[in-house]
Design a protein around this ligand. Structure first.
Ligand code: NDP
Length: 448
């Protein structure tokens, strides 16, 4: 069987088995075809049917989370954990609390996570999880009760050498703190069971910043490789959560002008440059909505109900940092028309397949999420290392490690792309390099 035929066979199997799981099928459809040239050189993967093995999670857990709201009503949410692949280390990947969370989304995120974690060069397998619980509009006490109930079941399935979750959409320091507290109550203190912990509970300095900073470091390397810098570049960012805030911070520090941020209700365009201290206050302290930005910056523009990617102003770099499938073909046309030369993904799978094809067609450098946003999980792995050693590294030390890791990821993707595709095809480079480390390890471990 040729590599192409093998890929088509496995793709069809996945489509048949998982009809209706749109995001999961999308992730597999984007991934498998990029492996063709690699598989032609590595026929042992085809002989051992490793694609069929790798698309199947080692374990998928689903459970209910009962909790009581402030009015005394009994509520229930559904939770998931996909323990996807442990070839190169304990399962590792975030928890998402968002009403849209379902099995398809958790599977797609878990699958992507395997190769992202592999690209970091650190010893972490792939997993992901979450719940359809929506922390928005809930009191602290409700969030705490939910997290405690979630962990009462979830603690059976995790451990510092088994599965080490972290945050994602809707799960930040507050939620991780409550989850950690409940794990500790049941099992005793085991710092290494979660990452992204508050610093006082053995969290790592720079973990909060890591995904956003890492994204910008990735782009900095891509720019440097083309004899350019962030200086005076205009940048458009979507979202106003953890990844967005620290991507804006680092891009501004490197001399760029960031003109937007957004939430699911609309976006802010501030031609003078985003006032990040205000965004942090609105989102991290008040837990408010991004339109509150206008109260202090009446000259900025707030566009209700529209995607930031419909912005018609000119800019150089697009950093989608909100959620999956935020850029489709129509919005990608606008991004290209606005002059963007780089689209670097802080979010997971924010561009759909048609959008990615358009970037390629128009010579826009596409930096795929599994490479460009790997800084978060990389620093999570550094948090695990610090916890094991019972040491706390300085911010500067963690940040320097992060810079090295992102540089290494960029050049690994770029060189792998040169070998198997084209230099600028970073998606193929990321997929192949991430896949290679995992499958070679799987082969060495036998059929398990
Ligand atoms: P946050 O919850 O901190 O922020 C998410 C932001 O995106 C919010 O501004 C939110 O707006 C917006 N958003 C979420 N869903 C939608 C939607 N359906 N439509 C429009 N806007 C939306 O999450 P993070 O910053 O942690 O995560 C953002 C992305 O980055 C996700 O794709 C995540 O998987 C990815 N990522 C995160 C990592 C991390 O370390 N946190 C690591 C690697 C990737 P609103 O408040 O209105 O919902």
């Amino acid at each position: 069987m040729t590599a192409k035929q093998y890929i088509e066979t496995v793709l069809n199997e996945v489509k048949e088995k998982h009809a209706g799981k749109t995001e999961f099928i999308q992730a597999i459809e984007e991934f498998l075809p990029t492996l063709e040239a690699y598989l032609e050189d590595h026929t042992e993967i085809i002989e051992h049917n490793l694609l069929s093995l790798i698309v199947e999670p080692e374990r998928l857990i689903q459970f209910r989370v009962p909790w009581q709201d402030d009015e005394g009503h009994w509520q229930v949410n559904r939770a998931y954990r996909v323990q996807y692949n442990s070839a190169i280390g304990p399962y590792k990947g975030g928890l998402r609390f968002h009403p849209s969370t379902n099995e398809s989304i958790v599977r797609f995120l878990g699958f992507e996570q395997i190769f992202k974690n592999s690209l970091t060069g650190l010893p972490i397998g792939g997993g992901k999880g979450g719940s359809d619980f929506d922390p928005k509009g809930k009191s602290d006490a409700e969030v705490m009760r939910f997290c405690q109930s979630f962990m009462t079941e979830f603690q059976k399935h995790i451990g510092p050498d088994i599965d080490v979750p972290a945050g994602d959409i809707g799960v930040g320091g507050r939620e991780i703190g409550y989850l950690f507290g409940q794990y500790k109550r049941i099992n005793g203190f085991a710092a290494g069971v979660l990452t992204g912990k508050p610093v006082s509970s053995w969290g790592s300095l720079a973990r909060t910043e890591a995904t956003g900073y890492g994204l910008v470091y990735f782009v900095e390397n891509a720019l440097e490789d083309r004899n350019e810098t962030f200086e005076d570049k205009t940048v458009v960012v979507s979202g106003s959560g953890n990844v967005s805030i620290y991507a804006i911070e680092k891009a501004q520090e490197l001399g760029a002008k960031v003109v937007t941020c957004s939430d699911s209700s609309g976006y802010i365009y501030d031609a003078e440059g985003i006032d990040l201290a205000l965004v942090k206050e609105i989102k991290e302290i008040r837990r408010g909505r991004i339109k509150e930005y206008l109260e202090q910056h009446p000259n900025a523009v707030y566009v209700e109900g529209e995607s930031v990617w419909s912005l018609k102003e000119a800019y150089d770099i697009a950093l989608p940092c909100a959620t999956q499938n935020e850029i489709d073909a129509e919005l990608a046309q606008q991004v290209i028309a606005s002059g963007a030369k780089i689209v670097a993904e802080g979010a997971n799978m924010p561009s759909d397949k048609a959008a990615i094809d358009l970037y390629k067609e128009h010579g826009v450098l596409h930096c795929p999420g599994k490479a460009a946003n790997a800084g978060g999980v990389a620093v999570s792995a550094l948090e695990m290392a610090q916890n094991s050693a019972r040491l706390a590294w300085s911010f500067e030390r963690v940040d320097n490690e992060l810079k090295d890791i992102m540089k290494n990821i960029y050049y690994t993707c770029s060189k792998t792309a040169e070998t198997y595709a084209e230099k600028d095809d970073l998606m193929s480079g990321a997929n192949i390099a991430g896949f290679d480390r995992v499958v070679q390890t799987m082969l060495s471990q036998g059929l398990v």
